[in-house]
Design a binder for this molecule. Structure first.
Ligand code: MSP
Length: 508
């Protein structure tokens, strides 16, 4: 498989005043599975962080009796810990209150102003502080915020602000969307954005003068929080000076976002970048929502959020990661419950995968003292020749579920080989050549599984690798390691504890 150009994926930067819930963990886990797969083929980088400005944060800080800076500093550690809790390892974590970010924002603002796209005007409109969004009068519902899960009171703002000539970029955006269907996936979101573009775009205000918790502008006022937030994707790479060459290597990258923020990422952000003469994101994927029973989006404000830490405590990070990426296509909404998690944990992971490892290594122990036999060109090798390319293709196109379906075909194939060839009978009838061939296929198949599953379940895949008697970890270049027959004869395997111990439902 050819190695790819440097790959860069980002999550949205999370609102610092929120509480990490399963929806945030979902995006971070998906970004991690993606970047780990990309890394098996070449250089790759992942970014996450926190969105720390805006009136909502200033209000919350005041309510807590702190300065905004003290308040955000007190909250940042729990967001920084979110990824690592679920084995999602990011190369960088950006906070919008960092000087490096402020520097990039002002540089971009200046570029856009120099391009003639930023002008002064008076902004009057309805503002929802909770969503940090302006709404046109016509969109209000009963005079309140039209976001169905917000519906809070809006306030009338009238301020002298800087405006961005967004309207100028409408035709170019339409052309870009038409020429690049892959720019925004899935199709439903692409359609939605095209409908917005067809209605026409209005210029919008990118600064605020009524409060000061934001990036200060030289002539007074602060940057609008969404304008500031979007820029994180390049401030973390060091634009414009690019001291470490990260921007030159990794931009343009790919954004993973929830579907509710597609407009910001695929209309406003590209227009900002074009205005500054910079390349726009290569791809944006807007995933679905994790919903509570009944279909409502899970969110702290709705009071229906599930705590990812409690789920991890019960099932382990890998089982949760597997569930989230296997349960539904990445672009769709889906609901989650402890019962559904338990079912997948016990059946897919415990019965299918865990038992395959346990049975295979137990038989190898019994019949061959745990030593891997000579490589064979058995029946399995032909069947899996295309598997790495297929899995890679699915993951790179955000089809995590389909990638796992393909990997599970190998799990099923190996389990079926045991059931059909009955190694205990081969042993009994001294058909040792056949027995060795089967045992080799099982061990080599399991080695492939640990390489292919590493992006999804890094710690369980590493445990499989260890039980197979291999050195290091399954974080390896696929084109070198996913070659049938690389598992050396004579490797001493070392069976260990079950990978996915059964989890019983709580007693009624
Ligand atoms: N700060 C903005 C993003 C700025 S990006 C330049 C923001 N933050 S947020 O804290 O509300 O996080 C939003 C992201 O969290 C969503 O886009 C999505 O990735 C994730 N999720 C939050 N709740 C979710 C669900 N219930 N389901 C799935 N993901 C959701 O918006």
């Amino acid at each position: 498989m050819p190695s790819q150009r440097p790959f860069y994926v980002t999550t949205p930067i999370y609102y610092i005043s929120g509480t990490p819930h399963i929806g945030h963990a979902y995006t971070s886990i998906a970004a991690d599975a993606l970047v780990r797969t990309a890394r098996a083929h070449g250089p790759a980088r992942a970014l996450t962080g926190t969105d720390e400005h805006g009136q909502k944060v200033a209000n919350a800080a005041a309510a807590a009796g702190m300065t905004p800076q003290q308040y955000v500093d007190s909250l940042a550690p729990k967001w920084r810990a979110l990824g690592p809790e679920f084995d999602a390892v990011f190369d960088d974590f950006i906070r919008t209150t960092e000087p490096r970010h402020q520097h990039t924002c002002l540089a971009l603002f200046e570029r856009m102003r120099a391009a003639g796209d930023v002008y002064e005007g008076v902004y009057e409109g309805w503002y929802c502080t909770h969503d940090e969004t302006f709404w046109p009068e016509a969109k209000l519902v009963d005079g309140r915020c039209p976001n169905p899960e917000c519906r809070r009171a809006v306030q009338w703002l009238s301020e002298k602000n800087w405006f961005f000539r967004l309207s100028k970029y409408r035709d170019r955006l339409v052309e870009h969307f038409r020429a690049n269907p892959e720019f925004l996936r899935p199709q439903s979101r692409w359609n939605e954005m095209m409908a917005i573009l067809e209605e026409g775009l209005e210029d919008f205000s990118i600064s605020r003068s009524s409060f000061d918790w934001g990036i200060p502008l030289p002539g007074g006022g602060v940057l609008y929080v969404w304008y500031d937030a979007l820029i994180n994707y390049i401030s973390a790479l060091g634009w414009p000076e690019d001291p470490d060459g990260l921007y030159a290597r990794f931009w343009p990258g790919m954004h993973l976002i929830g579907k509710e923020i597609a407009r910001f990422h695929t209309i406003i952000w590209p227009a900002m970048l074009w205005s500054a003469g910079l390349p726009i994101p290569a791809r944006v994927f807007a995933h679905g929502w994790i919903t509570a029973d009944g279909g409502a989006k899970m969110s702290k404000s709705l009071g229906n959020a599930m705590d990812p830490f409690a789920m991890k405590a019960e099932f382990g990070a890998d089982s949760l990661r597997y569930f989230l990426l296997r349960e539904a296509p990445f672009g769709s909404d889906f609901s989650i419950s402890m019962e559904k998690l338990r079912q997948r944990h016990n059946s897919d992971l415990g019965n299918d995968l865990g038992n395959l490892l346990r049975r295979s290594l137990a038989m190898l122990q019994k019949y061959r003292n745990g030593l891997v036999p000579q490589p064979t060109d058995g029946r399995v090798s032909e069947r899996v020749a295309d598997l790495p390319a297929l899995v890679n293709e699915h993951v790179m196109c955000l089809r995590f579920r389909e990638a796992l379906d393909e990997i599970w075909n190998l799990v099923t194939l190996l389990n079926r080989a045991i059931d059909e060839q009955k190694p205990w009978e081969l042993y009994k009838h001294e058909r040792l050549v056949e027995l060795d061939a089967l045992l080799y296929d099982l061990c080599e198949g399991l080695r492939w599984l640990s390489l292919l599953l590493f992006p999804f379940m890094p710690s369980k895949a590493t445990e499989m690798w260890r039980q197979l008697g291999l050195e290091g970890t399954p974080e390896q270049p696929w084109d070198e390691e996913l070659v049938w027959g690389r598992l050396a004869a004579g490797t001493q395997t070392s069976p260990g504890a079950p990978l996915f111990p059964r989890i019983e439902p709580p007693a009624a």
